[in-house]
Ligand binder design. Structure first.
Ligand SMILES: NC(=O)c1ccc[n+]([C@@H]2O[C@H](COP(=O)([O-])OP(=O)(O)OC[C@H]3O[C@@H](n4cnc5c(N)ncnc54)[C@H](OP(=O)(O)O)[C@@H]3O)[C@@H](O)[C@H]2O)c1
Length: 385
């Protein structure tokens, strides 16, 4: 005789169904794990991307790399040092820089690496760095504008600029501008600007470059990386005929400390780490643009995986590039139309352009980080194509 009530029968059926689903999910995950394990060498090779195959030596050459104490910058420094270059590692934290330099010296016998203090979030530090550099270093053949910050909470530089645009674009603009005379005197010389695929999702908000009206950390990063591309384009135009070339780079999606400000992105990167580049792999395109013989006269272009890469329409707009150049020069207290041996700084210290009344009026509206994460996921997806 059946002693189960209809309700108990349903419960038991639901329980079996749940059990079956769990088994199916576990089996599915097992299959995925097995496939990943079986194909891991192929996946890693694909994720690694392009490799710089140049065997060029750099004996007697001088290279300057910003943010060289970690990630892509450190690997770029190591690579250039292993080719015989004198490498100056410009770091905001000298202690971290010395640690990285010690590691490079241990890995490359006779490496000529030096650490100097440079905080790109402080125009005084940039000017002091450049002044000392110009006094003590006779030549500069390679400048790699590598340092960067990503998706930090709303912060301002010492001069009152929004942190992403301040460090990633304005700081590097001023540094390049201050050293351009030396680069010209050392020609042929090259400038490499480390941008990102994220430039595709950016646009220059001339009405609110410093995100005082509203702030989204992902979009602020994208804007700064678009600024890198536009700066490269305009600088190349202005340097035409000088034998100083400038190209921008997307290094790929790289396992580094860049995600330190976003827990969600850090988690995402940890889960998908197998599909990401190592910092050494990420440094390949920077090294390629700095040394490849075939790029000697190429300027104003964008590269990824050691090959020419797609530039978003907003990154190809010459009018926007000029407008950004002028706006940047104004923020930096420079005469916009002078690129040459000398700079003509209007102010010696921090510009303070956004300090005081303006910043008090700042109505910061921090949108949720969800849109930032969606934006960056899109970046990763798009990178595959
Ligand atoms: N990782 C990626 O997937 C990826 C993708 C596209 C583009 N990029 C670009 O690649 C570049 C290098 O990033 P990474 O991945 O190697 O990240 P990382 O390991 O975090 O390196 C960034 C470097 O920039 C330095 N830096 C930050 N703020 C600075 C400041 N105010 N002044 C001077 N230096 C400063 C950092 O110094 P501290 O260590 O002292 O903070 C660090 O050395 C960045 O421009 C980034 O936008 C990276």
């Amino acid at each position: 005789m059946n002693t189960f009530t209809p309700t108990e029968t349903h419960r038991s059926e639901a329980g079996s169904f749940m059990m079956l689903m769990l088994v199916v999910i576990a089996a599915g995950l097992g299959v995925v794990a097995l496939i990943l394990r079986l194909f891991s060498p192929q996946i890693r090779k694909y994720a690694a991307g392009g490799v710089c195959r140049s065997t060029a030596r750099l004996d007697g050459k001088v290279a300057l790399i910003t943010g060289a104490n970690s990630g892509i910058g450190k690997e770029t420094a190591l690579d250039l040092a292993s080719r015989g270059a004198r490498v100056i590692m410009a770091c905001r934290d000298v202690e971290k820089g010395e640690e990285a330099a010690t590691e490079i010296r241990a890995r490359v016998g006779g490496a000529k690496v030096e650490v100097r203090e440079l905080d790109l979030a402080d125009t005084c530090s940039i000017r002091a760095f450049a002044q000392r550099f110009l006094q003590e270093v006779d030549h500069l053949h390679i400048l790699v504008n590598n340092a960067g910050i990503m998706m930090c909470p709303y912060m301002k530089t010492v001069d009152g600029f929004e942190m992403h645009i301040g460090v990633n674009h304005l700081g590097h603009f001023l540094l390049t501008y201050l050293l351009i005379g030396l680069l010209k005197r050392s020609a042929p010389s090259r400038i490499v600007v480390v941008s990102s695929l994220a430039h595709n999702f950016g646009w220059i908000r001339f009405h609110d470059l410093h995100s005082q009206g509203s702030y989204n950390s992902g979009l602020a990063y994208c804007q700064s990386k678009l600024a890198n591309v536009l700066f490269t384009r305009e600088l190349a135009r202005r340097l035409h005929g000088s034998n100083v070339t400038v190209n921008s780079v997307h290094p790929g999606t790289v396992r580094s400390e860049l995600m330190r400000h976003s827990t969600a992105m850090s988690l995402l990167f940890a889960v998908f780490s197998m599909f990401l580049k190592t910092p050494k792999e990420g440094a390949q395109t920077s090294v390629y643009c700095a040394i490849a013989e075939e790029l000697q006269s190429i300027s104003g272009k964008h590269f990824s995986d050691c090959a020419p890469a797609f530039v978003a329409p907003q990154g190809r707009n010459e009018e926007t590039a000029r407008k950004l150049w002028d706006a940047t020069s104004t923020f930096m207290g420079l005469f916009p139309n002078r690129v040459g041996g000398a700079l003509f700084p209007v102010r010696a210290g921090p510009t303070g352009v956004l300090d005081g009344e303006l910043s008090q009026r700042c109505k910061k509206r921090v949108t949720s980080s969800c849109s930032s994460i969606v934006c960056m996921c899109l970046q990763h997806l798009c990178y595959q194509y």
